[in-house]
Ligand binder design. Structure first.
Ligand SMILES: [Zn+2]
Length: 73
């Protein structure tokens, strides 16, 4: 764990909301550095990879797209 990571410092600021993945609900270990921003929502790297590697014809992909559309509003 890199204690010199500036992201860790910003996490400690009072009142700062930790990013929470809008798809799986996980809070990435890397904090704000470990997520993709979707407007005011976040998607973690894990879910990003799922979206990128998922077969576009699969049910899992359709489900992910449905979730993304919902958080995009
Ligand atoms: Zn996620």
């Amino acid at each position: 764990m890199d204690i010199n990571n500036p992201c860790r410092q910003s996490e400690r600021q009072p009142g700062k909301l930790l990013p929470c993945c809008s798809i799986c609900g996980e809070v990435p270990e890397d904090g704000i550095c470990g997520v993709l921003k979707f407007g005011r929502r976040f998607i973690c790297r894990g879910c990003e990879q799922k979206i990128l590697t998922c077969d576009t014809g699969s049910k899992a992909y359709q489900e992910l797209i449905r979730l993304i559309k919902r958080i995009w509003k």
